[in-house]
Design a protein around this ligand. Sequence first.
Ligand code: GDP
Ligand code: MG
Length: 171
Amino acid sequence: MITLSKKVCLLGEFAVGKTSLVRRFVYDLFDDRYISTIGVRVSRKTVAVPIEEQLAELTLMVWDLAGSEEFNRVSMSYLRGAAGAILVYDLTRANTFDQLYNYVLSLYKVNPHAKVVLAGNKLDLVDRHQMDTGKAEKLATELNAPLFFTSARQGEEVDNLFRHLGRLLVS
Ligand code: GDP
Ligand code: MG
């Protein structure tokens, strides 16, 4: 059995649901209270991924950080060695989407070959049929990054989001 581990970073504005997505993925839990992340928290979870028609065990070392001020101060050390990133915006706050460009630029400056997936989070709070997804789909195409609509609250697509990134990391 092949085993390997990769660092992935959560990126996105304050309160978009980064910590909640990690918590849902790793512990299958959701908490309504704001879970303040002080400094950096690293969680790990192992997923099965196919490598050359074999199943491998990939341990995702998931790095999660507090608000964007914090990110500006520590971004280089936070991003160093990251094989991939999950870019998160809040479907109820358009300005959190606009900020994603800055996070992508920081990421590629440190790791030009990092793999990226996009998450529009808080799907449970929006009417799917009235969602304006044009800009997000455009960015996804530009970055060649798959786009997921997730709910950390209900769990929708959270597993797929992380597992998809896992598969990209070994492809
Ligand atoms: P972070 O600052 O990006 O780490 O955001 P948090 O994970 O701390 O979440 C910020 C707030 O949004 C908290 O009150 C969460 O409970 C809430 N939240 C996060 N994800 C979701 C979601 O998918 N649906 C809903 N309704 N609330 C969410
Ligand atoms: Mg957080």
